[in-house]
Ligand binder design. Structure first.
Ligand SMILES: *Cc1c(COP(=O)(O)O)cnc(C)c1O
Length: 413
């Protein structure tokens, strides 16, 4: 820190933090400040043992009998019911399976099947790319009958014309962390005769979500971000009970009413089970369940309160660096509009993120110039905010980022 900045004493905040005890439930190396839990959540201590049990006993000893004996076959719905408690859904409205991208396809095509007279899938142009790519794939597959349409973020509601079948929107924007008003937008879409698919990848486990309170139609989201389910964890799909008659286009045998009757023709299962496709990813689901169980132990209102407090502190501490080194806040200050991350724009953003690793701080970079600092209240401390800004100050003051190899963009940022 420069002399002008004296680090505030936040030890009282950490001492009074009702979530502080959760940190010991994660494997985190001393000294490391991990601000990328919005991209890959940290490893829960219990995951290794659980996976060893699933591999050694359930798979190794139980072999195929574990589909029933170890309840593998019902894991997608069991874990779906647990995720439902985190995001305001009912039991029987969520399955945990497949990737978010695949679940976007399933949810969009299900919604299209409920609005056959309409042809447009609407989204915002700056949505997470895979969401828009999946829309474009559906357009191509439909031979152009279905149109993928994107508009500027603030034009979404005005773009809800009478040709829009379904709106696909991410509740918390992956770069800025801006939060959309799920209640108001869902109502506008319904008033316009459209359905909505909400992408909750940066919401579940990060902010309180009430899908049924918002009268949501469909939702999808990631298991490996704030839910700490591990790299490539299964994602989840929510379909409101009133939409369970929608026709699944990915008509795989695990969504069949009687998969083990091996019938010749597809007959979708009743309820949420029809939104499954193939054999569930059992190992991934086991790790995901540990992360979800851990999240369920925390009071979501406390998680939100701490997330906002961490963000407020971080934004305040960053102000001198904005003035001196040119960081520009790219996230809303307003609590109602800010998710669980704080982003800054900086022309040397990529190099700065690389240099921060030398100082044992992991953040991430999103093109063209955004540095994201993910705030995960279960394992971050107030003092981590102070130390991050101190280390970032050193990176800037010493120009540690200005090294030739930091100008080479890696394949994963
Ligand atoms: C992370 C993320 C995804 C990732 O999708 P995968 O299929 O799991 O790779 C999708 N949408 C949004 C909004 C995301 O933030």
């Amino acid at each position: 820190m420069t002399d002008a900045m004296t680090a505030p004493d936040v030890s009282a905040l950490d001492a009074a933090d009702p979530l502080a005890h959760f940190r010991a439930r994660f494997q985190l190396r001393e000294g490391l400040i991990y601000l990328d839990g919005n991209s890959l959540g940290a490893l829960p201590m219990a995951t290794g043992e659980r996976l060893a049990g699933v591999v050694g006993e359930e798979w190794g000893e139980g072999l195929i009998t574990s589909w029933l004996g170890a309840e593998w076959s019902t894991a997608p719905r069991r874990i779906g019911d647990k995720i439902a408690r985190l995001i305001g859904a009912n039991a029987g409205e969520i399955v945990a399976t497949d990737s978010t991208s695949v679940n976007i396809f399933k949810a969009l095509t299900a919604a299209l099947s409920l609005r056959r007279e309409r042809t447009v899938i609407l989204s915002e142009a700056t949505n997470f790319p895979t969401d828009v790519y999946m829309m474009q794939g559906i357009e191509a597959f439909s031979g152009g009958r279905v149109k993928a349409r994107t508009v500027a973020p603030d034009d979404i509601v005005d773009a809800l014309g009478d040709d829009v079948a379904v709106l696909l929107l991410t509740q918390v924007h992956y770069k800025s962390g801006r939060v959309r008003d799920m209640v108001a937008i869902t109502r506008s879409a319904h008033d316009a005769g459209a359905l909505v698919v909400w992408d909750l990848s940066h919401s579940a486990g990060a902010i309180p979500v009430d899908l049924n309170g918002a009268n949501a139609d469909f939702a999808v989201g990631c298991g490996y971000k704030f839910l700490n389910g591990g790299p490539g964890a299964p994602a989840y799909l929510f379909a409101a009970a009133r939409h369970h008659a929608a026709t699944p286009i990915l008509s795989g045998w695990f969504g069949h009413a009687r998969p083990f009757d091996f019938e010749e023709d597809y007959d979708p299962a009743a309820g949420i089970a029809r939104f499954q496709c193939g054999t569930p990813p059992v190992l991934g689901l086991a790790a995901l369940e540990v992360g979800v169980d851990l999240m369920l132990e925390a009071d979501m209102a406390e998680v939100r309160r701490k997330s906002l407090a961490l963000g407020d502190l971080f934004i305040e501490l960053m102000q001198p660096l904005c003035d001196t080194y040119g960081f520009v806040l790219a996230s809303p200050r307003d609590h109602a509009e800010r998710g669980s991350q704080v982003a800054y724009a900086h022309p040397q953003g990529y190099q700065i993120v690389q240099a921060l690793k030398e100082y044992d701080v992991i953040a991430d970079f999103r093109t063209p110039d955004i540095i994201r600092f993910g705030l995960t209240p279960l394992y971050l401390r107030y003092r981590d905010m102070v130390e991050t800004v101190e280390r970032l100050e050193r990176v800037c003051a010493t120009r540690a980022w200005d090294k030739p190899h930091y100008y080479q963009r890696a394949a994963v940022t």
